[in-house]
Design a protein around this ligand. Structure first.
Ligand code: TYM
Length: 340
């Protein structure tokens, strides 16, 4: 196994494909901020190349990319401490994506559950990019030789595929160029569920806006979505076991725990025996207190698109300075002549 020790480096990304949801925030961005503040080198991307695997209106894509940048910063990412940029500005992503798609095996790609979920019965009509997307995600991570990848639970399989691709590349070319990146999936809300259906993930692409809380929702909207969230008629249990078979109740307890920074056990110790009529207003108040300052700051930043573009431009240059030499080593290992 690898003798080389790689410098600790964090990479993660989010698609600028719509509103950032409470799921993205609790499952990913909150962790991004913690990792940044722990002093490790952190690189966070707006993955616009991933977003276009399904149709994106060009005007909306531009706006959503800036809005995601604003959300990153409003949630506590500091462009001085973390590298923040949009993926398409660093050409190593697309180039390495191609090189690694020649390493990844079709059998591996065929096991990716997210493609199956997204394509459903319409696989024939999906873009080739949607199918190849996990190889691009591997390139995102490996272009920076990243060692840690904070993500929600739904991305675990893609990070595992990245490890398989990295190991096969190192083995095939007899090099030690790529680390085995570790998924970091932590906290009480690694899989936030839809507010309308406890068996479905909360998602930016769900047709029902009531299924999710968007980071830009105002206080009344947040309170109303939580009040109307699907639940059952039972009071909350005092212990975790009592949440078995109650996915909607479990989801709201997990959200409360993640927002308040305590364990789900602690939430049940406080609210066990209480009805949703009591718990939901408490959760709504917690969510509003937490999210209102973020959406306020996002609105302030969105009024200065030039400043956002400047931050992204600076981030892209710093990202390129790390990724370009790695890409050069990859080409060298493969046997490509560097002729200029
Ligand atoms: P994306 O844009 O779908 O989601 C961004 C991040 O949010 C997490 N997430 C959730 N966490 C908890 N509960 C939910 N309901 C929920 N929904 C989303 C996701 O797990 C993710 O961490 N392929 C990735 C983006 C990507 C990437 C990368 C990530 C591209 N390249 C390299 C890490 C490293 C995606 O589509 O995430």
């Amino acid at each position: 196994m690898s003798e080389t020790s790689f410098k600790q480096r964090v990479f993660s990304g989010i698609q600028p494909s719509g509103n950032l949801t409470l799921g993205n925030y609790l499952g990913a961005v909150k962790r991004f901020v913690e990792m940044q503040n722990s002093g490790i080198e952190t690189i966070y991307c707006m993955v616009d190349l991933h977003a276009i695997t399904v149709w994106q209106d060009p005007v909306a894509l531009r706006n959503q990319t800036r809005e995601l940048a604003a959300a990153y910063i409003a949630c506590g990412l500091d462009p001085q401490k973390s590298i923040l940029f949009n993926q398409s500005q660093v050409s190593a992503h697309a180039e390495l994506g191609w090189l690694l798609s020649c390493v990844a095996r079709l059998g591996w790609m065929n096991r990716m559950t997210q493609f199956k979920d997204k394509a459903g019965k319409n696989a024939e009509k999906m873009s080739l990019g949607l199918y190849a997307y996990p190889a691009l995600m591997a390139a995102d991570i490996l272009a920076y030789q990243a060692t840690h990848v904070p993500v929600g639970e739904d991305q675990k399989q893609h990070v595992e595929l990245t490890r398989d691709i990295a190991a096969k590349f190192n083995h095939d070319f007899g090099v030690d160029l790529f680390p085995m990146p570790e998924p970091i999936i932590e906290g009480a809300a690694t899989r936030v569920m839809s507010l309308r259906d406890g068996s479905k993930k909360m998602s930016k692409s769900d047709p029902s806006d009531k299924s999710r809380i968007n980071m830009t929702d105002d206080a009344d909207t947040i309170a109303s979505k939580i009040r109307k969230a699907k639940t059952d008629p039972e009071p909350l249990p005092s212990e975790l076991d009592g949440l078995q078979g109650r996915p909607e109740a479990r989801n709201l307890v997990n959200i409360y725990a993640a927002l308040s920074g305590v364990t789900p056990d602690a939430v049940l110790a406080e609210f066990g025996g209480q009805q949703f009529g009591t718990f939901k207003p408490a959760l709504a108040e917690l969510a509003v207190n937490h999210l209102a300052p973020i959406s306020g700051e996002m609105a302030r930043l969105m009024a200065q698109p030039d400043e956002i573009d400047r931050i992204l431009g600076d981030g892209a240059m710093r990202a390129d300075a790390i990724a370009a030499p790695v890409l050069a080593q990859v080409k060298e290992a493969i046997g490509m002549i560097s002729s200029r």
